[in-house]
Structure formats: C-alpha cells, structure tokens
Design a binder for this molecule. Structure first.
Ligand code: NDP
Length: 333
C-alpha cells in the first residue's frame, strides 16, 4: 500500500506498507462480468519512485493514490472469467495492482502471453517486457548505429542497460559501459562490453576521454555523467535520454557543458517507451523472446519472493543494490 509521499529515498514500512489482513474466497468472489487473475510476478522499476509524488505535480504517468495498492507491470493467471474475450487458464501481461488476486474488467488492458519459448514468467516483465522493449525500441529508433562507432552505456548491468550493451555489440560498435560495483563490471564484460568500469571508483570523464569520443550515449543516469558524456561526445553524436536515476531521490542537478550540444551538433532524443512501442511491438515479440530462450541475448534477474518484501526491493533499485532486473515473485504458478 502506498502510505506516505517520500521526500528522499522510499522507506520500506513508511513510504509503503504491507497489509496482509484482507482475504477473499477465489471460488465465490463475484466478478461482475470481469475476470479473476492470480498474480504471479510483478516488476519493480525505477520509475515507480516518480509515481510516489504529490498528485498535483504533473508527470507522464499518474501519481499513486495514498492508501491504495501500488501498481505496475505483471503477469498473472486467469482463474475464472465472465468476460467472453478472456479465457480461464491463460496468462496475461499488463498493469497489476500489488495484490495476490485481482478482479479486472478490461480485456484490452492486457496482452495474452504466448509462452512458446518456455521462459520463466519473470522474463515477461524484464527482458521480454517493458525494460526489454525500452532497450530494443529506442536503440532501433534513435541510435543510428554504424559499425566501428563507439557507444557509452550507463547502468550497464541493469535491466535496460544490459540489453543495450548487447544490441550495440550486435551492430558492431565499441562499447564502453559503467555500473556501480565490481561484480556488475564483471557481468558487463561477460555481455561483451569492450570497456567496463565502476563509476564509483573510476573517473568517468577520464575513461571517456581515453576510450572515446562517443558517438552514441545511452543515458540512464543524467547528472554529472551526462556532463562527462557531453564533454567526450563526437561531432554528430546521438544522445538517447532514457532515464536520469541519479536525480530521482534528490534535488535537481544543474547539468553543465550544454554548449557542446550546439558546437558538436549533438542530437538528443528523450522518449517514453509506451509511446514508441506500437511501431515495434510486432518485431519485438517475434524476435526478442526467442533470442532470450536461445541465449543469443543474455539477462540477469534479481528475484524477491513475496509481496511483503516489495518495499525493500523498491529501495534496492533506487540505491543500486539490485543486480539485474528486479522482480517480485508473488506465486510460482
Ligand atoms: P536497473 O535495473 O538498471 O536499476 C537501476 C540502477 O540504477 C541501479 O541498479 C543502479 O545501478 C543505478 N543507479 C541508482 N542510483 C544511481 C545514481 N545515483 N547514479 C547512477 N546510477 C544509479 O533499472 P532499469 O534498467 O529498469 O532502468 C534503467 C533506467 O532506464 C532508469 O533510469 C529508468 O528510469 C529508465 N527507463 C526509462 C524508460 C523510458 O521509457 N524512458 C523505460 C524503462 C526504464 P548502478 O549500480 O550501476 O549504480
């Protein structure tokens, strides 16, 4: 339950609380023409922090309502249905309230998961879900990648960044990647990054000046790293502005070096995945799940069991103590 608007990091037991007091009888609960879903997996994403805000402050997504369950991407099993468009026994992907069971009315808000590659359900909220779509769609649309160019990818061990590294390597680029621990650096090298470093112990600008200039910058962090990327950018570089997590829990940082945008003719592409997905949805689902199943694209997951641990998982993603895609497993099947 969303309990209190945080001013800094979201605190488990304060910002969010677990309420295990409500029960339903899944066999008899009235559906009123809808369908009953058993929640299997829920995604924990950085953007959830942005929804924990004062609702009077506008943003691209709606603010969570105090006293109500959180909600995010999930996969669930249809147990019963009174909706002709939804069959019992199928698995659906869409936005789920953070509840073990949910009654929904709108079949169009969900997509049937055709798991012909036998991937774990958790993958459909990660590499084969929204974060995978983020990497795939924006790389295709904005990178304008040319063999031999150099890309710099931040949060390279995370859900989005780890896929971007692999897409860039497939396109023949030299990849520089950063993350916040030595273990993550090792993983980024396994993914194929040519240069991987821990930005907490190594100076980002020095690495970029040595290994750059950079033609494509995949920005997941903003702040001082964006500043360094502007400094080390090549003429005609493309900056893909995917996220700015360094500022999600603190006051805005005034990025310097902006004149490089003019002087180096840098193209800056901000985007929200949901807006560009329709253009790529078909190719994403026909290519990516099969590549994941065959091991042609690698991914790492950070699994937490049980709704009672959601608060800790949310905080871990904001602080960077997650390793890979953060997923809550609510029920195995
Ligand atoms: P990750 O799995 O990468 O988890 C977030 C990571 O951010 C942490 O593990 C941590 O890694 C890093 N981080 C946390 N705090 C900081 C900080 N102060 N400075 C630098 N890095 C920090 O999450 P995702 O892959 O799901 O998301 C990555 C980015 O993509 C986020 O910015 C997110 O908002 C954005 N995004 C944007 C979308 C869009 O439509 N534009 C859609 C989906 C995601 P580390 O140890 O490396 O610091």
């Amino acid at each position: 339950i969303f309990n209190e608007i945080p001013s800094g990091y979201p605190i488990p037991g304060k910002t969010t609380v677990y309420d295990g007091s409500q029960t339903i009888d899944v066999d008899t609960v009235p559906l009123n023409g809808g369908f009953l879903l058993k929640t299997l997996v829920l995604s924990i994403d950085p953007y959830l922090r942005g929804r924990m805000r004062d609702p009077s402050k506008p943003s691209y997504n709606t603010a969570f309502e105090l006293g109500k369950p959180l909600a995010n991407y999930g996969v669930g099993l249809v147990l019963r249905s009174e909706n002709a468009d939804v069959k019992a026994g199928v698995h659906l992907y869409g936005i789920f309230p953070f509840e073990e069971y949910t009654i929904q009315q709108d079949a169009n808000a969900f997509k049937v998961v055709d798991n012909k590659h036998n991937l774990p359900w958790s993958v459909y909220v990660g590499a084969a879900g929204m974060p995978g779509q983020t990497a795939y769609t924006a790389w295709k649309k904005y990178a304008d990648a040319k063999k031999g160019e150099t890309a710099f990818v931040t949060t390279g061990a995370g859900a989005v960044g780890s896929l971007v590294i692999q897409l860039a390597k497939r396109d023949g680029l030299k990849v520089i990647a950063s993350a916040g621990s030595d273990e993550k650096v090792k993983f980024m090298k396994e993914l194929g990054a040519d240069v991987a470093f821990n930005y907490k112990t190594t100076n980002t600008l020095q690495v970029l000046e040595k290994e750059g200039p950079i033609d494509v910058y995949w920005d997941n962090v903003g702040g001082e790293t964006l500043e360094a990327a502007l400094e080390a950018a090549a003429t005609n570089a493309r900056f893909i502005e995917c996220g700015m997590i360094s500022g999600y829990n603190s006051q805005p940082y005034g990025v310097k070096n902006l004149m490089h945008i003019v002087a180096k003719s840098i193209k800056i592409y901000g985007f929200i995945v949901g807006k560009i997905l329709p253009e790529f949805r078909e190719s994403f689902y026909s290519e990516v799940p099969s590549m994941l199943a065959k091991g042609e694209l690698k991914f790492q997951e950070d699994i937490t069991n049980g709704l009672e641990h959601v608060g800790e998982a949310i905080l871990a993603v904001q602080k960077g103590t997650n390793t890979g895609k953060s997923v809550i497993v609510v029920a195995e099947q």
